[in-house]
Write a protein that binds this ligand. Structure first.
Ligand code: PHE
Ligand code: FE
Length: 293
């Protein structure tokens, strides 16, 4: 195992911490014990009773509002996380997940660099943050914590089509790095994996992890008259900026996970070129061609 210097402390072990947004937020999580691929041990025994209890309350609040707001595929799989009163053990969860879709979850100290993230996804390994938010962050936390990563992301990894989409996304990320198109691909992730809505016979439902793990945005995204809801359009999404610390001004709606997988299967090289030429759009913009819900 090769180790790279910890740039912040000067100590020659672990990996450099990663921060969110414009970098003025201090890093959260212990990067000193991470491997070169940014994975680390979960250290389950280190969680306190207070943390298990906070996880239990987060799980309870979120589970209660899933019916009518979350997609059926998510509701069907959320029980796979295990007993809702403890922070799950990643190794036991990985065993169940591997049997279902050949994915596993791996612990990471917190946010990791894009390239490391893409590489893990391309190998069907989903990175889950070890730390849990503080009690005062019960209602809102900007950085992803263990609750967001597990509750928000892992249930849909039990769905075969979505699971394959996530792997394809990782492979596509490694390619986007070479094409210097990571910003465009990040927007696709944001508007699908994190904040995606899906149209079902029963109405709009959430499948994005950022929504599903949010106390307030789950209901807001599906039912509020305020935000825009626009039909899936790959290049439109790649042009649309987003905010990381407020409810979204726009959500994009897919018809099915098959649509998502199929629409993202072609080579993105010409797509990135057109997106660069098309220029950026504000989060709340509306174009003549938009299919509005
Ligand atoms: N088709 C994309 C490419 O060629 C890869 C990709 C697939 C990206 C799925 C995102 C999601 O770059
Ligand atoms: Fe996330």
């Amino acid at each position: 195992m090769s180790l790279t210097p910890d740039f912040h402390s000067g100590i020659n072990h672990g990996v450099a911490p990663v921060t969110y947004g414009q970098g003025d937020r201090p890093p959260r999580g212990d990067y000193g014990s991470a491997r070169a691929d940014y994975t680390c041990e979960q250290d389950w025994a280190a969680y306190t009773e207070a943390e298990h209890d906070l996880y239990r309350r987060l799980h309870e609040r979120q589970s209660a509002q899933l019916p009518g707001l979350a997609c059926e595929e998510f509701i069907a799989a959320v029980g796979e996380l295990g007993a809702p009163d403890r922070i799950p053990r990643f190794d036991a969860l990985s065993e169940r997940l591997y049997r279902a879709t050949r994915w596993e979850v791996v612990a990471v100290p917190g946010l990791i660099p894009e390239e490391a993230f893409f590489r893990l996804l391309a190998n069907r390994r989903f990175p889950v943050t070890g730390w849990l938010r503080r009690p005062e962050e019960f209602d809102y936390v900007v950085e992803p914590d263990v609750f967001h990563d597990l509750f928000g992301h892992v249930p849909l990894l039990f769905n075969p089509v979505f699971a394959d989409y996530m792997q394809a996304y990782g492979a596509g990320g490694l390619k986007a790095s070479r094409l210097e198109a990571c910003e465009y691909l990040a927007r696709l992730y944001w508007y699908t994996v994190e904040f995606g809505l899906i149209a079902t016979p029963a109405g709009l439902r959430a499948y994005g992890a950022g929504i599903l793990s949010s106390a307030g945005e789950l209901r807001y995204s599906v039912t509020s008259p305020q935000p825009r809801r626009i039909g899936f359009d790959l290049e439109r999404m790649m042009r649309t900026r987003y905010k990381i610390d407020t409810y979204q001004a726009a959500y994009f709606v897919i018809d099915s996970f098959d649509q998502l997988f199929d629409a993202t299967a072609p080579d993105f090289t010409p797509v990135y070129r057109r997106v660069a030429e098309g220029g950026e759009l504000a989060p709340d913009s509306l174009l003549p061609g938009d299919r509005v819900y």
